[in-house]
Design a protein around this ligand. Structure first.
Ligand SMILES: *Cc1c(COP(=O)(O)O)cnc(C)c1O
Length: 391
């Protein structure tokens, strides 16, 4: 199919749930991709924080191929070496206990919600099942994770939504204390709100949240689907704040480009779910797990320091643009938000025309999630285009 045939077939036969740009990638390397017309783009998106080693990474690809040469799937009634290896890395490096593997971020959050409610049910019985989430949060697209998402626009059409969620303004511990009544079993939050606008939660606030949860035996769930796996310069974003959650969810970058999601439990709920209570046909897919093992093995301290250095470099460069259209540049590691006075969608379109891929977030933010392996040359090339697009 040529480009026009692809676009036509897509429009005719794929549900129109995405506002797409007319890009049909043909090949890619590092942080650059080439489309069917031979036009190249610098990629500041990693496909929404997924391709953390960029396009066509040799080492990652070999890890995937090696596993494909062995077998592609093993059902969860048996054991899988790569899943065990990955679980060991995730728990030892997060300071948590055990993992459940699924296939996406929304699923990971669903599982975390089930885990938190079961923990509370076991200990306190019925009626203590409310989960407090924050305004401007995003937790996924299933009926339950839409309910968990603290934005009204997501609470339309698909009624009835799952009950048992309460929303609270981020940043205010008093507001959270008020929201955490006797019926609350968990608080779920993103340490940096991604879709909501790259809003960085204050580290002191997060410490206070941790203390409040401890005081009332409320589980703290951090949704690290976007912030985790090196994105914020640490394996998980919570590590920047020096807290340890009770449950952590991960997906997006975890396998560097293959579908996977997981929730990781701490000591309190390591034995909460037992045989038959949760499951997933595709969960712990060996190819995805082999890819994720490669990812984890490469996220060394040196690598993560480099992520922080490059993130700081990008932010400094953007601050240097010195345009009245830039309100603020903020970020953690290589999760970067540029608050603009113009419509961020216009910046996205202009950048696209000129060969740069960016994302937006919230109402006024251009969001950058470059591959963590991006080079300084690729950064500079991208920033030049961004500069023109913002101006
Ligand atoms: C993307 C995202 C999700 C949803 O992940 P899917 O894999 O699309 O289901 C959930 N939470 C956060 C913070 C996200 O960024």
């Amino acid at each position: 199919m040529n480009r026009n045939e692809i676009l036509a077939a897509d429009h005719a036969h794929i549900m129109n749930t995405y506002g797409r740009l007319e890009l049909v990638p043909e090949s890619g390397h590092g942080a650059r991709i080439t489309d069917q017309n031979g036009k190249t783009y610098v990629d500041f998106t990693s496909g929404i924080g997924v391709n953390i080693f960029g396009w066509n990474d040799e080492e990652w690809k070999n890890a995937v191929k090696d596993q494909l040469d062995r077998f592609q799937h093993v059902c969860n009634y048996y054991y899988c070496d790569k899943a065990a290896e990955l679980a060991e890395m995730l728990t030892s490096r997060s300071g948590l206990c055990n993992v459940f593997f699924g296939n996406s971020g929304a699923e990971a959050n669903e599982g975390a919600i089930k885990l938190a409610r079961k923990y509370s049910f076991d200990k306190y019985g019925d009626g203590r099942n409310t989960i407090v989430t924050l305004n401007q949060s995003f937790h996924g697209r299933t009926v339950t994770t839409l309910a968990a998402t603290g934005q009204d626009v997501f609470h339309q059409f698909f009624f009835p939504f799952t009950e048992g969620f309460r929303y609270c303004e981020p940043g205010s511990i008093d507001a959270l204390r008020e929201a955490c009544t006797d019926d609350v079993c968990a608080v779920m939050l993103e340490v940096v709100q991604g879709e909501g606008g790259v809003n960085i939660l204050d580290h002191d606030y997060l410490k206070q949240v941790r203390a409040l949860c401890d005081e009332r035996d409320i589980l703290l769930i951090t949704d690290e689907v976007q912030t985790g796996i090196g994105r914020c310069g640490k394996l998980f974003g919570f590590m920047n704040a020096g807290i340890t959650p009770d449950i952590v969810t991960s997906a997006k970058g975890l396998a560097g480009g293959l579908p996977i999601g997981c929730f990781i439990a701490g000591e309190k709920c390591r034995n909460t779910l037992t045989a038959g209570m949760h499951g997933s046909t595709f969960g712990a897919n060996p190819v995805s797990c082999a890819a994720a093992c490669n990812v984890l093995s490469r996220l060394t301290d040196d690598f993560l320091n480099e992520v922080n250095k490059k993130g700081a470099y990008i932010m400094e460069k953007i601050r240097g643009i010195n345009s009245p259209n830039v309100k603020e540049v903020r970020g953690a590691g290589m999760m970067i938000g540029v608050a603009v006075t113009v419509n961020p969608k216009d910046v996205l379109k202009k950048a696209f025309e000129n060969g740069l891929l960016v994302l937006t977030a919230g109402k006024d933010v251009v969001r950058l999630l470059p591959p963590l392996t991006i080079t300084y040359e690729e950064i500079d090339a991208g920033i030049e285009i961004l500069k023109a697009a913002i101006a």
